[in-house]
Design a protein around this ligand. Structure first.
Ligand SMILES: Nc1ncnc2c1ncn2[C@@H]1O[C@H](COP(=O)(O)OP(=O)(O)OP(=O)(O)O)[C@@H](O)[C@H]1O
Ligand SMILES: O=P(O)(O)OC[C@H]1O[C@H](OP(=O)(O)OP(=O)(O)O)[C@H](O)[C@@H]1O
Ligand SMILES: O=C(O)c1cccnc1
Length: 484
């Protein structure tokens, strides 16, 4: 059987073989994972994918079939393939927990291990974390406009780009604040509440819509969301739903949660009219659910238009992150050990934004002590601390004339990267999905609304510490000296 060790790019394996024959494969090094722009032109990213990444790292090894395939490509020598037989992860990983809100340029995850292990991890790690963080962020944007009371149902499996995207996307949607999914495999694997209504095919399978509704109510009297738009929503769907609700009310079987789903037409208008009709018939608490290519922008629009929808099915636009379909997280080397000494490394670029930060780093998050809201993130060298009893000066090394003083005693500091693996051992107590969801909900509350708005959000202040700026300047100058 092939394993996920092959879930990588050819060049990682050819570089690994090259380093192996050069005797450099076990050279210790440090890699950082970070990204440069928030997806959806938003103000934040919700970190997700760590659980999946841990499974991948724990299990990484080459099977006989993997090795036979590598040999068959003609690129790899027997001695290297023998070395791969015992390959496993021996290093350390530090990461922001799932559900954390994060910002461009900051280290989301740091890997300290051998060169070859770092190379092998890069592709799959990036794939997992880019995808899951993207979907969690999209879901959070939807939750932010839906408010805390509305129900959000993830309906995207049929439009997902493959099984993995559907299943892990459903889990990420939960981290982003959804209430449940229609995806049964995600429900089974992650314990996510499964939710759903019915398809148009159910309605079309009966001589009349009324019979379709009545039959559904007979089999599922406790979860009764009737799809009301198959023929004519206001002239037939809603009146038929009222007939069924009345029959159940008369029989004393009307469940506490009942209503309709709209899947076409003007959702604002139809929901308002349907609500009026339900209220007039004595069913003011009938739930109105809606779907149809929804996303955070449409939901915000529908709310502005006074829709009475309180349950939203969101599929395609969420599961494919349609308006921002990839997250550009990268994995860059920040340094390596040469003859026992750590040598910080930098990736140069003509584009200043793309020049990487050297060294072993962490992120310190500054919160207002009274409000608990986030004020800034400072990318520091590992081990750097901030004394909360001193004034804190926030200023960027790019625009040093712009600065802000945070008075002593008015702020708290939190270290963002937590140890996940140490010397190959998993040391992280993996939270349950329910715990991650609670944490993610608390995390988003640390942002003022200005950072969460859909359009032109405020950008979180992220800066390098003075020590890191100095190191970066030194490494940059030393590199530049080579070609002067
Ligand atoms: N009041 C509204 N304001 C803004 N957008 C809306 C409103 N009502 C619906 N929409 C959105 O408009 C898009 C198109 O809706 P429309 O009803 O034309 O869909 P449709 O799938 O073409 O309908 P049908 O299934 O009847 O062909 C959908 O994304 C839908 O969510
Ligand atoms: O619109 P999305 O956000 O992608 O949400 C999922 C969509 O999937 C279903 O439609 P589909 O036409 O596939 O099947 P149906 O016959 O059940 O409506 C459902 O009715 C939603 O419209
Ligand atoms: O249960 C539903 O209503 C549902 C599930 C998947 C896709 N669309 C709708």
């Amino acid at each position: 059987m092939y394993t996920n060790a092959l879930l990588t790019d050819l060049y990682q394996l050819t570089m690994m073989q090259g380093l192996y024959f050069e005797g450099k494969h076990n050279q210790a090094c440090v890699f950082d994972r970070y990204y440069r722009h928030n997806p959806f032109s938003g103000g934040y990213t919700v970190v997700a994918g760590l659980d999946h990444l841990i499974e991948y790292v724990k299990n990484i090894h080459f099977s006989d079939d993997d090795l036979a395939y590598l040999k068959s490509t003609g690129n790899f020598r027997d001695e290297f393939l023998d070395y791969l037989k015992n390959f496993h992860f021996t290093g350390s990983i530090y990461a922001m927990p799932e559900g954390t809100v994060a910002f461009p340029q900051e280290v989301l995850l740091r890997v300290e291990t051998t060169k070859n292990e770092s190379l092998l991890l890069e592709t799959c790690m990036s794939m997992i974390m880019n995808h899951e963080s993207l979907i969690a962020t999209k879901a959070r944007r939807v939750r932010c406009v839906a408010g805390t009371q509305d129900t959000l149902m993830e309906f995207g499996l049929r439009r997902a780009q493959g099984a993995s995207a559907g299943v892990y996307g459903a889990r990420s949607a939960m981290i982003g604040g959804f209430n449940g999914t229609s995806n049964m495999l995600a429900g089974a694997r992650f314990g996510i509440p499964v939710m759903g209504t019915m398809a148009h095919s159910w309605i079309m399978s009966f001589p009349t819509e009324l019979e379709a509704f009545r039959c559904y109510a007979k089999h599922y009297p406790n979860s009764l969301i009737l799809l009301a738009d198959t023929y004519n929503t206001l002239k037939q769907g809603v009146p038929d739903a009222i007939t069924i609700f009345q029959e159940m009310k008369d029989a004393g079987t009307l469940p506490p949660f009942y209503g309709i789903r709209l899947d076409s037409g003007d959702l604002a208008y139809l929901s308002k009219e349907a609500h009026k009709m339900f209220a007039a018939a004595g069913f003011p608490d009938a739930v109105i659910a809606a779907s149809n290519d929804l996303d955070e922008n449409l939901i915000a629009q529908l709310k502005l238009q006074g829709s009475t929808i309180s349950s939203w099915g969101v599929g395609t636009n969420l599961i494919t992150a349609k308006d921002s379909p990839s997250m550009g997280g990268v994995f860059k080397m920040a340094g390596q050990y040469e003859n026992g000494t750590f040598v910080p490394k930098i990736k140069m670029s003509d584009n200043a934004e793309k020049i990487s930060n050297p060294g072993r780093k962490n992120v310190l998050r500054i919160y207002d002590k009274v409000t608990g809201k986030m004020k800034a993130d400072i990318i520091v060298l590992e081990g750097e601390t901030i004394d909360e009893s001193q004034d804190l000066r926030l200023s960027s090394d790019i625009t040093p004339w712009r600065f802000r003083i945070i008075p002593a005693g008015s702020y708290t500091v939190r270290t963002m990267l937590q140890p996940i693996f140490l010397q190959g051992e998993l040391v992280y107590q993996q939270p349950t999905l329910a715990e991650i969801i609670d944490y993610a909900n608390d995390e988003i509350d640390t942002l003022w609304p200005e950072y969460k708005r859909l359009v032109n959000p405020e950008m979180m202040w992220v800066q390098r510490s003075e020590t890191l700026s100095k190191l970066r300047h030194e490494v940059l100058s030393a590199e530049a000296a080579h070609f002067q």
